[in-house]
Design a protein around this ligand. Sequence first.
Ligand SMILES: Nc1nc2c(c(=O)[nH]1)N[C@H]1C(S)=C(S)[C@@H](COP(=O)(O)O)O[C@H]1N2
Ligand SMILES: [Mo]
Length: 516
Amino acid sequence: MQGMTINNRQRGVRVLIGAVVGVIAAGSGLAIGELAAAVTGPETSPVLSVGSAAIDLAPTPVKEFAIRTFGTADKLVLISGVLAVLVLTSALGGILAKTRFALGAVIFLVFGVLGVLASVTRVSAGLADGIPSALASLAALGVLSLLVRCWRKGEEPATDPSRRGVLIASVASVAGAAVAATAGRLLRAAGRDVSESRAAVRLPEPADPAPQLPAGYRTKVQGISPYFTPNKDFYRVDTVLSLPSIPAEEWMLRIGGDVKRPIELTFGELLDRGLTERDLTLSCVSNQVGGPYVGTARWLGVPLGDLLREAGVSGTSDQLLSRSEDGMTIGTPMEAVLDGRDALLTVGMNGEPLPVNHGFPARMIVPGFYGYTSATKWVVELTATRFDQVQAYWTQREWDPRGVVETSSRIDVPRPFERVRHGDVTVAGVAWAQHRGISAVQVRMDGGPWQDAELSEQVSADTWRQWRSTFTARPGTRRFEVRAADGKGDLQTSKRTPPFPDGASGWHSVAVTVTP
Ligand SMILES: Nc1nc2c(c(=O)[nH]1)N[C@H]1C(S)=C(S)[C@@H](COP(=O)(O)O)O[C@H]1N2
Ligand SMILES: [Mo]
């Protein structure tokens, strides 16, 4: 009985040591991988490569669930998941390696192979991008073999009297890994930091400034979305785990495909063309009814249509395929880019160079379309082509190829389940239907008669309008609903649909408690 307890305890200690050895080996490998990725590019780091591959391979419903549930934290959740799987399996590898080294080693080899595959299959990747994962796997195996050898030695009664060998080797490995990881960080920070390049950008005054804002373009209600969304509050949706860092001096846009005169354009040449400034609302197809993925900014850029006409775009191409530095492809209806609307290749957002997470140094924006079919960030290539010839990233994943925005409206105040005093209750929010404009917003309480909301002046058909309406509310639970009509007078549909495949529809409603 007693013997068995001791046996169990010994086994427990062994499992624990094995797990720690495995995790140290994996950690050392990752540290070496990070160090190598400082040279080959942050997106080639083993963890980020595997994370990116997971994003690209994830079925559309999973992706949609992630954006809906975790919002901008979706990437943090993903990376934590990858790390959790790594910790668990490498612990297992360490435990197995004690008795059957080859068995444990296989786990680390498999990681290496997965990492290499994930990094070299990225759209914009080369073979060298697999180096960090390969080195990581080799380093992990080396450390594993070292630790297991010290550990076994410590257990042979005749030889080494101290069992501290494995401890010393572990501490040394952890220290080595910490040095490698820190060196990787520092190198990376010194290498491809674009904040300096961004700080050095001097945006010229617009040659074609935004039309003057009409008096009454905004509605002032406590808690309503401001007419201009500050850059720091502007939603962010993309698939990158490591922000592309393209110094403005190195950026170049290539315009090609079905054109007579391919163009190459540097950042300086772009600024010299004379810039157009416009206020435009941008929204995401993944936005739920009432969701946060919409904002309005003052953009500065050059008309995309002019660029394409200069390149001599042919009449047969119906898709403008744009590609970003990170390999993302987005397809925009060519007709819309050429029809005279303010389709821009932008460099400025709300009076600043584009923030890095919003596409520095250049991104597209085409009013009337969701971001996934029009708003390519870190854009480096434009290709005139056909929808029936090339499918862009999201279209390959079954989203609607064109992505025209739905007429939408949102209640900002009161907040859901807010407690408000009885009497006059102000309901307020925003409504948008880019390029068609908003002609009316209506609100109702508890399914009662629709009441016309007071609208802020329309700045243009491409921007949202704020609205407000006041109700006399009796104590109890009250429910407010909103709907909008676009510039053609078409009323927002009450039919609730999810974002996939062409944008959410339905009326936003908010329930509140009205207090006596
Ligand atoms: N390179 C790149 N551009 C991209 C994306 C992306 O994943 N990668 N996402 C698009 C989507 S789905 C949207 S809604 C907008 C969001 O732009 P924002 O992050 O500046 O708000 O960018 C678009 N441009
Ligand atoms: Mo989006």
